[in-house]
Design a protein around this ligand. Sequence first.
Ligand code: PGA
Length: 251
Amino acid sequence: MRSPLVVGNWKMHGDLAGNLQLLQQVIAGVPAAGAVDMVVCAPFPYLEQVRNLLAATPVGWGAQTLSEHAQGAYTGEVSAGMLREFGCRYVIVGHSERRALFSESDEQVAAKFLAACNAGLVPILCVGETLAQRESGETVRVVEKQLQVVLDRAGVERFSSAVVAYEPVWAIGTGRTATPEQAQEVHVAIRSCLARLDQQVASGLQILYGGSVKAQNAGEIFAQADIDGGLIGGASLVADDFLAICQAANR
Ligand code: PGA
């Protein structure tokens, strides 16, 4: 049985005072009973604040990206080892904004995924198609290709301590969500892709849906058999909304 997981992706939002208020409200509202795991992924400068505030709570935390390199002359980059030494557990890898705005290739995403695994971090690997790709019927092919490059580089066993997030690019921050059935179809494709290599890893893999998940639509999305939780952008910045989404995943 896969436990549900809800990850908040703050993106480049926040400030010390606002983060404090948000996290205090989240901590106060953590569902008392149940199995949902909660994680927040903050910008680098706020990781220390987040680490300190969440230390004695059940809420986990992580970063939003990392370098594929271990160390060296890579000005501005942060390595997996640095994150791990700092106490970080999770890291988002290959978010579509990184792929589109910072030209991260499938190969680079795979290298980052492997770097995270090698350092003992849990990578949250994002995959997803653009609107044009969906409209031309390429969704499953695109997602499988993104996944395959990581599988080739890192091996299926690495997915036993990783998370995958299906995030259709056209649904991120747009207010447009995939229907629960559309999302479920892609989640099944992702799980099948892994199952061809390792049935056990595939059935234990947490696959999150991301893209305009709100308190109002979370329940029907999380009700799908292969949707194990969510990667939440905008709604993770509002404590009540984030908590309501976590509650919806708490089954
Ligand atoms: P959204 O973002 O919930 O604001 O659509 C999701 C994400 O980018 O992870």
